[in-house]
Write a protein that binds this ligand. Structure first.
Ligand code: PHE
Length: 343
């Protein structure tokens, strides 16, 4: 091979390498291709082995031709890397494009489920009067739900509450009153608790749901009388339903209180004049209450000759329905946002 032929071959190699580099799709491949031509055992080096066969006076020319070839390949390599980097950036820009003119997604702030709102308000009123929140299990023992509350076995009053019984003899609590017993077992008087929670009864219609919510109140101390109960509930009614709201106590029966009362509040729709909501009576029945029966104190290990107390219980759904004009209890449990968003 003479020097002209070598020059020709080097030019060919250079354009071959440039064409190759133009086709590679990423950095790694570009480096591989470059090495294939310019590496220590690359095509250019291989070709330059003929240098030894060339006459002395041609070697300088051959060396220059080899340098030109290498430079051309190096340059094509750098350009290709730049192109690849630019291309990658462009792809990322497209992929990560953010249209800042699109309308934002609104996050809605909820005040909570209407039942929770009412529950929170009720608890808040009693908390201000110094009551503490106490909780108990929803799966309850007969002892706490009935027996210790002075419902002896086979007592007809058990039929007042349609109980869901479990196969192991336990039951779904039918009211929050078992928390009274649990609290009196655990703490010495004075006791002042409010106990919100879910309760269960086998009953279902427009105003009854098999699961619903009650709030229980219990106060035990020395010298507590019915007057304290009435005063407390009057304060509650005024805070919750508005200043001047009257209450009245009607004699009633619960096994765990003696005397017992149904507590009515003056209808807050008509102010007591009589309307459709209160069936023209001017009163709405909202609470059960009474003085803790001595038998309940004895079962809980509290001396009824030293202490007395009162208890009351109310249904959260009933109050929420009255207050918010809801006529079907199932609305609370359907999770329909169109309903829930109104509160
Ligand atoms: N536990 C009673 C019920 O569910 C309500 C109540 C509670 C009555 C406390 C008196 C005292 O019907």
């Amino acid at each position: 091979m003479n020097v002209e032929e070598l020059e020709g071959r080097l030019t060919e190699l250079a354009s071959e390498a440039v064409a190759h580099l133009a086709e590679v799709a990423d950095r790694e491949n570009a480096i591989q291709v470059k090495n294939r031509y310019l590496g220590r055992k690359g095509s250019v080096q291989e070709l330059m082995a003929v240098l030894r066969e060339l006459p002395h006076e041609d070697r300088r020319r051959a060396g220059q031709a080899s340098n030109r070839c290498k430079e051309a390949i190096e340059e094509a390599f750098r350009e290709r890397l730049d192109d690849l980097a630019r291309q990658e950036l462009e792809e990322r820009m497209v992929a990560e494009a953010l249209d800042v003119t699109l309308p934002g997604r609104r996050s809605t702030l909820s005040l909570g489920h209407p039942l929770r709102q009412v529950e929170r308000d009720l608890i808040g009123i009693f908390a201000e009067m110094g009551y503490e929140v106490a909780e108990g299990p929803e799966i309850e023992e007969d002892y706490y739900n009935f027996e210790a509350l002075n419902f002896p076995p086979d007592h007809p009053a058990r039929d007042m509450q349609d109980t869901f019984l479990l196969t192991d003899g336990r039951l779904l609590r039918t009211h929050t009153s078992p928390v009274q017993v649990r609290t009196m077992h655990a703490y010495e008087p004075p006791i002042r608790i409010i106990s919100p929670g879910r309760v269960y009864r086998c009953d279902s219609d427009l105003t009854h749901s098999p699961v619903f919510h009650q709030i229980e109140g219990l106060l035990v101390d020395r010298g507590i009388t019915l007057a304290h109960l009435k005063g407390t509930l009057t304060t509650f009614a005024e805070r919750f339903f508005g200043a001047g709201t009257a209450i009245r106590l009607r004699p009633s029966y619960f096994p765990f209180t003696e005397p017992s009362a149904e507590v009515d509040v003056e209808c807050f729709f008509c102010g007591g004049d009589g309307c459709r909501v209160c069936s023209q009576t001017g009163w709405l029945e909202i609470l059960g209450a009474g003085m803790v029966d001595p038998n309940v104190f004895e079962a809980a290990g509290i001396d009824p000759d030293v202490y007395s107390g009162f208890a009351f219980g109310l249904g959260v759904e009933r109050i929420a329905m009255l207050k918010q004009g809801i006529n079907d209890i199932r609305r609370f449990f359907e999770n329909d946002l169109r309903f829930l968003d109104q509160f």
